[in-house]
Design a protein. Sequence first.
Lengths: 212, 212
Amino acid sequence: MKQDGKISSAVIRRLPRYLRALEDLENSGTERISSGELSKLIGYTASQIRQDLNHFGGFGQQGYGYNVKDLKAEIGKILGLGKKYNMVIVGSGRLGQAINSFISSYSENFRVTSLFDVKEDLIGKEKSGVLIRDFADLETYLKKNPTDIGVITVTKENAQNACDKLMAGGVNGIWNFAPIDLENTGSLPVENVHLSDNLHSLVYYINHPEQI
Amino acid sequence: MKQDGKISSAVIRRLPRYLRALEDLENSGTERISSGELSKLIGYTASQIRQDLNHFGGFGQQGYGYNVKDLKAEIGKILGLGKKYNMVIVGSGRLGQAINSFISSYSENFRVTSLFDVKEDLIGKEKSGVLIRDFADLETYLKKNPTDIGVITVTKENAQNACDKLMAGGVNGIWNFAPIDLENTGSLPVENVHLSDNLHSLVYYINHPEQI
DNA sequence: CTCTGTTAGTGATAAAATTAACAAGGTGTG
DNA sequence: CACACCTTGTTAATTTTATCACTAACAGAG
């Protein structure tokens, strides 16, 4: 893996897309793929695909293309899949449950070890086989149970507090679904899923079809 | 509103962020804001903020800044908020329910009129006050009940079929949560929320903190 | 074993997006 | 009501990102 210097986030955000395409190809029994064919499949230009992959090393071969299985493995390695990630979800409402069920069915590499909530009547119950614990115990729990990723699915009013506690507990990254921009996260990786922003963009394009 | 020529999607994706900040400012009773202050608040440079807003017209005033209430209204108008949007959700699993509950609590401008599913035992039931109908009746339903936005929360195997039916039914836009890239959508606006891609990006940054 | 066609890697080029700089025009105070 | 100070709108410069175009190299057929 080459990987010299900073890789732009535009490139990083395309890697999962490549991975997805390669999984499909592997499932359909395809052994090799050229940048040109991949381009047709996922829409990025062949040039861009070659350049993206080249940031990390020459995975392809002239006259042949890329080996699907190998390339998939390489991209997985670059992203850091392969090891296991423990997660906790703060907020056991519908969204928290949806993420919980998504994770458990998505991959064995990701595991939700606990849900957290402030609501008395939920604490102690289970959702999809995961126990809901008291939000007040979050930091203590995290210190006893090292956790890689904290997922925030609480209201925007409680999101910053959840973030602070997750950081105090020492998580390595935050996946935020609350419609705010978390503060004081320093160099901690934070990935946002802002549903309302996304919906608003969609509405813009619905109203301005000529802009597509 | 100026709005001449194509506006880059980078700009469009920042508008909801401005809107969110302006809502917060309005709620905190702030009447005016300069691009500089807004910059501190949301992280984009003041230059960028001024340039973004200028694509649509001069909403500010030299020596004063922008009027919070007015600017919020203008951005809302640009995005196309203000009118009501009917939505259907295809897939009434946990994610579908989560989106349903998100929408109903989020804004009066968006309304989920029906859920759809193939599972016999779910059809006819209600979730958060919304009836689950038979997926087989989707197209017919849409033709009788004009719908703006179709939300896809089914598995990736069923997503393309859901998309085809939504298009046949005449929706104006699609909000896709399935981990595939929908095909044959022509010029129909499609907004994707690829949770797995998002998670993979997060994992990359967790493993490459020096890249942040 | 040679020859043709294919395809990755790569440096150059073009396009797009962001940031900087500044003139013009309000604001608001004394 | 004049003057110092802001702050926008806008053009220019810079940086980043994507595409092009070409070379070297390998595959596979015959």
